[in-house]
Design a protein around this ligand. Sequence first.
Ligand code: NAD
Length: 354
Amino acid sequence: MKKLGFALVGCGRISVKHVDALKNIDDAELVAVCDINEERAEKCATKAGLKKYYTSYDDMLKNEEVDIVSILTPSGLHPEHAIDIVKKYRKHIIVEKPMALKLSDADAMIKICDLNSVRMFVVKQNRYNLPVSKLRQAVEAGDFGRIFLGTVRVRWARDQKYYDQDEWRGTWKLDGGVLANQASHHIDLLEWMLGTPVSVMARTETFMSKIEVDDTAVAIIRFESGALGIVEATTAARPVDLEGSISILGEKGSVVIGGFAVNRMETWNFAGQSEEEKNRVLNQYAENPPNVYGFGHIRYIENVIDCIKNNKQALVDGLEGRKSLELINAIYESAETGREVELRFKPKRSRLGN
Ligand SMILES: NC(=O)c1ccc[n+]([C@@H]2O[C@H](COP(=O)([O-])OP(=O)(O)OC[C@H]3O[C@@H](n4cnc5c(N)ncnc54)[C@H](O)[C@@H]3O)[C@@H](O)[C@H]2O)c1
């Protein structure tokens, strides 16, 4: 069957992951790349082995045959770019996380894709980390019995230089705080394991960097199942990254996945399991290679291709991507109002906007 042609909009840091992933997928072909920053576009094209690059996505999409457009621009610009591209060119789109900052923007993106019969996929590649997929299997199989507690921790080091490298970083309009950016993967994982959240209480602070947004957030979440969830997220760890982890505790077992990027199975304890079985899981699902973005981009894009070719439901489509964005907005709303916020909800005072 024909390879699916991909085009990248945005040739910044994350584009490297997309170029590498696409090189490793038989059914995919990277056809074109563009960035308004010519130097970045050229560098990305060279890395991808492409002879040409573009500095406008309109020029690129008018001139090239593509099936899927991957939007890798600053987070707050995803809605504008996605909506414009779907309206004008009716292409399937992959949107990097977070899909948007404002919930109303996420809704508009979902609507425009539906109206134009194209599919949208939101990148949550950590769902494909080896230990994370093993954990999800255990949750689906009911191995934990009743799950009562889930915790995610993001303790990363992002210094002033990191925030100063691009103007969009650390702003409410284009980046959002530590929850919208760095911890959005972990919040997605917590929700994926624990189900629908019903309320949240939170606090946020800016401790270590001169930025508009927070660099630290804590939240307590209540889930429909009765379980409690805890989010601890910071970019203010010093001097280096400490962890990106998830722990799930149930009446019959406990699992902890740690490492820098939820990439290392640290604890796998279930009542009645043999030492042999425990060691087998700890060894087999021990560690994804140590990279802060994880190694899921290949598996994630393979899922996108499978969904398009075989008309399957995506692991993370627009509605699925919207779930964690709603929770993140509720956390910001609680931090702003000092009150417990119930979900589902429409943001009124979320710092990400209404
Ligand atoms: N999945 C992950 O783990 C992961 C990791 C890092 C970043 N991201 C996400 O990827 C997105 C980009 O992050 P980044 O670190 O690569 O940022 P970046 O600033 O390095 O790159 C963004 C690029 O978009 C370009 N751009 C802006 N407007 C454009 C336009 N109209 N047309 C074409 N290009 C345009 C900029 O010039 C810039 O080069 C963010 O939403 C971020 O949250 C996801």
